[in-house]
Design a protein. Structure first.
Length: 176
């Protein structure tokens, strides 16, 4: 007889726990499936078009190979160098390192914007919404790789100095 009296209490405790578990599964399960197979090349170029004291060349992909394109000359602009730094992002190790233009030319590239297996790289801005009003705000800004509802933060690409511009990240191509 005692167990029948406790049913409302048991249901009242169990239902919130079950709802929390279901919501956790819905939120975190898509992120577990993020396993891209293709590394990518990217460069850092000046985000300020009118104040471009950057580089005299930029990168693009033609017929699967890295090519350089001259930046139109602007009077009074002194360039930093011939090419912006170019980086290879290793998706398996979630790390990045700088490579030379000659090394980059050895790769066969897909210009994208999505990888051959359907992943995209983008800048994601998010915050805690209304919870910031109560002092528990947090920001999760940065570059992510995503496919469908799954999202994974990319280490080494996230900058804290992104106040007024969309940054200077430029995806060049996906390594095939």
């Amino acid at each position: 007889m005692k167990t029948t009296k406790n049913w409302p209490l048991l249901i009242g405790i169990a239902l919130p726990i079950i709802f929390i578990l279901i919501i956790s599964l819905v939120i975190f399960t898509p992120n577990l499936s993020i396993k891209p197979a293709h590394n990518f090349l990217y460069s850092n170029e000046s985000p300020y078009y009118y104040y471009n004291d950057g580089y005299s060349n930029t990168f693009s992909v033609s017929n699967g190979k890295l090519v350089t394109t001259p930046v139109p000359a602007v009077n009074g602009v002194k360039y930093k160098g011939d090419y912006p730094p170019i980086y290879l992002y290793d998706v398996k190790n979630n790390s990045t390192h700088q490579i030379s233009v000659e090394e980059a030319r050895n790769f066969y590239l897909d210009p994208g914007p999505s990888s051959p297996d359907g992943y995209t790289v983008e800048y994601k801005y998010s915050n805690s919404g209304i919870f910031e009003l109560f002092g528990s705000g947090s920001r999760e800004n940065g570059y992510v790789i995503s496919k469908g509802n799954g999202v994974k933060r990319l280490n080494g690409l996230n900058s804290t100095d992104r106040y007024y511009s969309s940054g200077n990240f430029k995806l060049i191509g996906w390594v095939k």
